[in-house]
Design a protein around this ligand. Structure first.
Ligand code: FES
Length: 152
């Protein structure tokens, strides 16, 4: 992927019109991650059926434009995938789907990957399942964060 210096049209589209914003009641898995440096926070909700397919994904992100665009694209990419396929939705895959991100914004896409992993981990723990290649989330955020008390 060639280096980009500004937001692509796809990034702007997903930032201005993010898909799958919100939360899933009684989600199968929920993952919350944050970036200590910029203070941005992302929460991912996954609805996973008995066949281990991600039926729905929603997110809430308190963060920059790139964080919102990558969350939006990440939810689109994991929907319909098996949990093992969803694990392969890396930040690189999300960035590629968005036609790239400026180098200074690459860390934002990591939040999306970490949020997916954290939500998968939550689901796996609740169901006594092991997903090969999935590590415990490193960056779980206190659920009482003020941000999550606001509707939307
Ligand atoms: Fe923090 Fe983008 S600047 S996630």
């Amino acid at each position: 992927m060639s280096q980009v210096t500004e937001y692509s049209e796809k990034v702007m589209d997903h930032f201005s019109n993010p898909r799958n914003v919100g939360q899933i009641e009684d989600a199968s898995g929920v993952g919350t991650v944050g970036n200590a440096k910029c203070g941005d926070i992302m929460r991912m909700y996954l609805d996973i059926d008995d066949d281990q397919i991600v039926r729905d994904a929603k997110f809430k992100t308190f963060g920059c434009g790139a964080a919102i665009a990558t969350s939006s694209m990440a939810t689109e990419l994991v929907k319909g995938k098996s949990v093992t396929e969803a694990l392969k939705v890396t930040n690189k895959a999300v960035m590629e789907a968005l036609d790239g991100l400026p180098p200074i914004k690459v860390h934002c896409s990591l939040l999306a990957e970490q949020a997916i992993h954290a939500a998968l981990w939550d689901w796996a723990e609740k169901n006594g399942v092991t997903i090969e290649g999935l590590d415990p989330p490193v960056n779980d955020i206190d659920e009482t964060e003020e941000f999550y008390k606001t509707p939307g």
